[in-house]
Ligand binder design. Structure first.
Ligand SMILES: [Zn+2]
Length: 303
């Protein structure tokens, strides 16, 4: 540790410290972690606001003044992590050990590393007196891994004014590379795949372990699961999926582009997905979408 360096020049240490807060969600308990971040900002003379639906689960907002000539840029990240229960770890998940040049711990990837980088960048911009064309807004939230009720959802519903005018944001996935053929794409996410909950009641004759029962409830349930596994749900080309294909296909060009473009043709979709092989795995879930109700009917029919 070199104390001579400023904290923003030591993002690895910020990350290690962030990992040491056990913010497993549920229950989250992100308060201490958020307080640590707030402390770093306040030491640098940056004011921040804590906004919370539950005091144990606050969200932090800080703003670096820009020149007001451009829309604000949002940097946002979450400090909660998923569980480590019943998992064996090579290194303890909440110590933030540095081993062979790698920081180990729950959240090292998702996404305390990202948060550490954002804090470091934010502090550096402040220390160097950067005056960007627009404000830079830093939002560090709780509760991302289990619904966002206390985090992002709470903020946008209760405090939308904080995000007024923001046009661009850097978050957990700034941009990942989608390589198709020889072309490289950087998709911009405009929508999330949704969940299709199903509830099925399976009835069958009861019995006793000493007397085998054929075609009982468990056996019928297994048939249902098998049918769901073996059959695709009907193809639906939703507007965001269509937009994605229509943006990629012409830029890909050639035979590949033509084939990919046919994904928006519902009757050819299944065959195209097969043709695409391993690459098809990316596109497959974009089209087999149904609303919850018909989905349940489909499940019941297959019983
Ligand atoms: Zn994440």
């Amino acid at each position: 540790m070199t104390q001579r360096q400023n904290v923003y020049e030591r993002p690895v240490e910020i990350l290690q410290r962030l990992i040491q807060f056990n913010t497993t969600n549920p229950p989250g308990n992100e308060a201490a972690c958020i307080e640590y971040i707030r402390g770093m900002l306040s030491e640098a003379g940056i004011q921040s606001a804590l906004l919370a639906k539950d005091p144990n689960r606050p969200n932090l907002i800080a703003r670096l003044q820009g020149e007001g000539k451009a829309p604000p840029l949002l940097l946002y990240g979450h400090v909660d992590v998923v569980t480590t229960e019943n998992q064996s770890w090579q290194n303890p998940p909440f110590e933030g050990r540095l081993v062979d040049g790698y920081v180990w711990g729950r959240g090292a990837l998702d996404m305390k590393s990202g948060v550490a980088m954002m804090i470091a960048a934010f502090l550096r911009a402040n220390a160097e007196g950067l005056r960007p064309p627009g404000d830079v807004v830093l939002a560090i939230v709780s509760d991302e891994e289990a619904g966002g009720e206390f985090g992002a959802k709470f903020l946008v519903e209760e405090h939308p004014n904080l995000f007024k005018g923001i046009k661009y944001a850097l978050g957990e996935f700034g941009g990942f590379t989608l390589q198709i053929g020889r072309k490289r794409f950087y998709p911009i996410m405009i929508s999330e795949k949704q969940i299709c909950w199903m509830k099925a009641t399976v009835r069958g004759a009861g019995g006793h372990g000493s007397m085998p029962v054929k075609g009982g409830a468990m056996a019928r349930l297994s048939q249902l699961l098998k049918a769901l596994d073996e059959n695709d749900l009907p193809v639906h080309i939703t507007p965001p999926a269509r937009r994605m294909v229509e943006a990629i296909a012409p830029r890909l060009g050639g035979v590949q582009g033509f084939i990919l473009g046919q994904l928006t043709n519902a009757s050819l979709n299944g065959a195209i997905i097969k043709t695409l092989g391993e690459r098809g795995r990316v596109f497959y879930p974009l089209f087999i979408i149904r609303s919850a109700r018909p989905c349940c009917r489909a499940a019941q029919r297959s019983m």
